[in-house]
Design a protein around this ligand. Structure first.
Ligand code: ATP
Ligand code: MG
Length: 432
């Protein structure tokens, strides 16, 4: 036998037996986003590598060590997208959709990062996201948060906490950065290797360090919130005011800085302690500088992304998955001419009862083996078309999940009778 080829490490097949929970999450999100006035955007999975270098930043985990980059046949450096925002902004600029306009968009797609695979962390993973453009006020950040909150509610998942912080305006952040760098320089000997490196490249990220030895130093560091200019303070206050009024709980986490370079003003994460170390299910914020950074006009922007795999785990752990969708009816055909007649009857059922979940047996086999497949399909009812039935223009009804005598229906009453079977699990007495 030829050697078996296996899936790539950190990437997963999502099998039909596990698909219901994915569809539950994706369908719920799609409906919800559309109800809030967001429209879907789809961008290619592969982009020029420079797009991510310019947007995410050279000194972020993603660009430094997680990208799937390669030269294509023309020698251009391309990358599998590690996140959705950069591509969405590129597309918005390219199609002239961001100038003097407001946009609300959502997306769903696969992302790729060469990380160390572990629970909740994969090399191909999937995100649902939302991006908004041209809206200055903190009201749009509040809307994004309330949309996410409603999403958790619709999914019936519990134990997700909203954490918020503000990074202020670019000017505010620059002056705070200088203050922080001074402080860290004064304690240079207490910095671990990572932090020493970040001190010159991305000092805010030091606040995010998980190293226990660094915690005291970080606790005592100057706080962003105490060094915000008036505009930054007002913006954040407006967001908190809307959330308070809406009754949306939150926790302010002064150490929340987000990994990517492009954020400003509000940043937020939805965090749970039920997933172990990978506890962030959704992350986002305002990124007013990005459109200009990618060659567009200065444009207000805010959005977020959530990891579907982590939501799938939460739904399964909390027993909130919906039942598998199964066939209602399985059509068994045995004997001469029954296959073509069966397909004709099946199509008339599909015409007459839109949405009917009807599996038509294929591939032949004995009556007995077909009945076994009918049972395995999960259908409640088998309709049987044998030579006998064909002669009488009837179908035999067998109840697969109930101990009831079998019945018979006339082809002329097919649609009414099958409707009745689906609604009441019974054949109606139809007087001729
Ligand atoms: P983390 O701190 O967990 O690495 P991040 O800040 O890199 O997260 P974002 O880029 O903000 O993550 O992505 C948004 C969301 O996408 C995360 O909150 C998470 O739910 C999900 N996510 C990110 N990376 C992965 C991954 N490698 N595998 C599965 N889900 C992921
Ligand atoms: Mg990461």
């Amino acid at each position: 036998m030829a050697e078996q080829i296996k899936v790539i490490r950190g990437m997963h097949d999502i099998l039909p037996e596990h698909i219901t929970v994915w569809q539950q999450i994706e369908d719920t999100y799609r409906n919800l986003a559309e109800q809030y006035g967001y429209r879907q955007i789809r961008t290619p999975i592969v982009e020029k590598t420079s797009l991510f270098h310019r947007s995410i930043g050279e000194v972020t985990d993603i660009v430094e060590k997680e990208m799937y980059s390669f030269d294509d046949r023309n020698g251009d450096s391309l990358s599998l997208r590690p996140e959705g925002t950069a591509s969405v902004v590129r597309a918005g600029i390219e199609h002239g959709l961001l100038v003097n306009q407001q946009q609300r968009w959502w997306y769903n797609g696969a992302m790729f990062r060469h990380e160390r695979p572990q629970k909740g962390r994969y090399r191909q993973f999937h995100q649902l996201g939302a991006e908004t453009f041209g809206i200055k006020g903190a009201d749009i950040e509040a809307e994004l948060i309330l949309l996410a909150a409603r999403f958790w509610n619709l999914l019936n998942i519990e134990g997700i906490e909203l954490q918020l912080n503000t990074l202020g305006t670019a000017e505010s952040r620059a002056s705070y950065k200088a203050l922080l760098v001074d402080y860290l320089n004064d304690h240079h000997n207490q910095l671990d290797d990572d932090s020493q490196r970040r001190l010159t490249t991305n000092p805010l990220r030091i606040l995010d360090s998980k190293n226990p030895d660094m915690q005291a130093l970080i606790e005592a560091a100057p706080k962003m919130q105490q060094h915000l200019d008036q505009e930054s303070q007002d913006h954040f206050a407006e967001l908190l005011d809307i959330l308070d009024f809406a009754g949306q709980p939150y926790v302010i986490n002064p150490r929340l800085v987000r990994g990517l370079d492009y954020y400003s003003h509000s940043v937020f994460e939805w965090v749970t302690d039920t997933l172990g170390a990978q506890g962030t299910v959704c992350a986002g914020g305002r990124y007013d500088g990005l459109v200009e950074q990618l060659g567009g006009k200065p444009t207000f922007a805010a959005g977020y992304a959530m990891g579907i795999e982590r939501l799938v785990t939460m739904l399964i752990d909390q027993n909130q998955t919906q039942a598998d969708s199964k066939a209602d009816i399985y059509l068994v055909m045995s004997g001469e001419n029954t296959i073509k007649q069966g397909h004709k009857l099946a199509e008339s059922l599909r015409d007459g009862i839109p949405g009917i979940r009807l599996t038509v047996h294929a591939g032949g086999g004995s009556f007995k083996s077909q009945m076994k497949k009918a049972d395995k399909s999960g259908a409640g009812i088998a309709l049987i078309l044998g030579e006998n039935e064909l002669q009488k223009d009837t179908l035999t009804v067998k109840y697969l999940r109930e101990d009831k005598p079998q019945g018979e229906i006339q082809h002329s009453q097919l649609i009414d009778q099958v409707k009745s079977l689906m609604e009441n699990n019974e054949i109606v007495e139809i007087t001729q």
